[in-house]
Design a protein around this ligand. Structure first.
Ligand code: SF4
Length: 339
């Protein structure tokens, strides 16, 4: 399924970029104890025009926090978020243009729509807010119908006056995507966009996202705990563990020749990626039973954060952060085994 974007066809400047991005949260525990959660640490990620990048990892790996940083819902503690090469901060004038260019699709489509307003209103509002609404009512109706057709809600006339609760989960998520398209973005960030949908329609949704990339020239950051869907959809994969990207590279290289011990464990504990999205395949990573628990992000392990769970850990792994190693395939791996 994956249609890799030829390197020469990509523009040199990524459309979206995280450069050494960290995000720490201050929390106050019992007796007023102040602590810091190191949710994301020194992450580099690039997304080129027309490219699909998957960010995969267990719950609590920091992938949703990274998505929210890239959507400018949070400011970064360190590092930069760049759009077309220009650094952007939340709550600045430039952030408004950024929010038009980068649209987020959440896991729960019901929570993303105004439940008391019809599909037409939900979409027209997005058109109006971003200055794309036509002047006349009839033209605006045509705009909404066109958006619904783009996300395969056809005949569109049957959906335009529905309320969100009158739609299935898959139809609602299509409306959410149509609303994102109304803003005319260059990037979609999908945070587990299919995980709440019935298994029978997940493949349709992935195909829709792939088609939007092809037809609209969109870039997509696809966040998931399901490595089978990441393999199906993405050109490149980033694997996150305990707030850090530990391996990245072209999808088939990472799947067929994983270099990092954590990536190998993920693949071993995941359903066979060939049994893509089958109803009985399951999808969540579950390496906790045999390999211990994910670490606390308040006091993350020293050195390599994976060392308490790593079956190949050396003595030095608990003391020194592993180097980043780049392979000819384009894979980048943080592990002393390859230094
Ligand atoms: Fe395992 Fe050490 Fe590599 Fe970390 S650096 S993944 S602990 S071998």
């Amino acid at each position: 399924m994956t249609t890799a974007v030829p390197a020469q066809a990509r523009e040199l400047v990524p459309v979206l970029e995280a450069v050494g991005v960290s995000r720490h949260f201050d929390v106050t525990r019992g007796l007023g104890r102040h602590q810091v959660v190191r949710a994301v640490e020194n992450v580099h990620l690039t997304l080129h025009r027309g490219e699909i990048v998957a960010l995969v990892g267990e719950s609590g790996s920091g992938k949703t926090t990274l998505a929210r940083l890239l959507a400018l819902f949070h400011g970064a503690t360190a590092g930069e978020i760049r759009l077309n090469g220009t650094a952007v901060q939340p709550d600045t004038k430039a952030a408004r243009a950024y929010h038009s260019a980068v649209q987020m699709i959440f896991q729960d489509p019901f929570g993303s729509l105004n439940p008391q307003r019809r599909v037409r209103h939900n979409l027209e509002r997005a058109l109006r807010l971003h200055g794309h609404a036509a002047a006349s009512k009839s033209e605006r109706r045509l705009q909404v119908l066109d958006l619904l057709e783009k996300v395969n809600l056809a005949p569109a006339g049957q959906f335009i006056d529905k309320l969100p609760h009158e739609l299935s989960g898959g139809q609602r998520q299509r409306v959410v995507i149509a609303r994102a398209l109304a803003v005319r973005p260059s990037v979609l960030i999908g945070d587990e966009p299919i995980s709440m949908l019935d298994v029978s329609i997940r493949l349709d949704m992935l195909n829709l996202l792939a088609r939007l990339r092809d037809e609209e020239g969109l870039s997509l950051l696809y966040i998931t705990h399901d490595i089978a869907s990441a393999r199906y959809l993405a050109d490149r994969i980033h694997v996150m563990y305990a707030g850090q990207v530990v391996e990245s590279g072209p999808t088939e290289d990472v799947i067929q020749h994983p270099k990092h011990p954590y990536t190998k464990l993920l693949l071993d504990s995941s359903p066979d990626p060939e049994r893509l999205l089958s109803p009985d395949a399951g999808s969540a990573f579950d390496i906790t039973s045999s390999q211990g628990e994910p670490p606390s992000l308040i006091t993350p392990p020293s050195g390599c954060r994976f060392h308490p769970r790593c079956p190949l850990a050396h003595a030095e792994c608990g003391q020194v952060a592993p180097p980043r190693v780049t392979f000819p395939s384009g894979q980048e791996v943080d592990c002393v085994l390859h230094a």
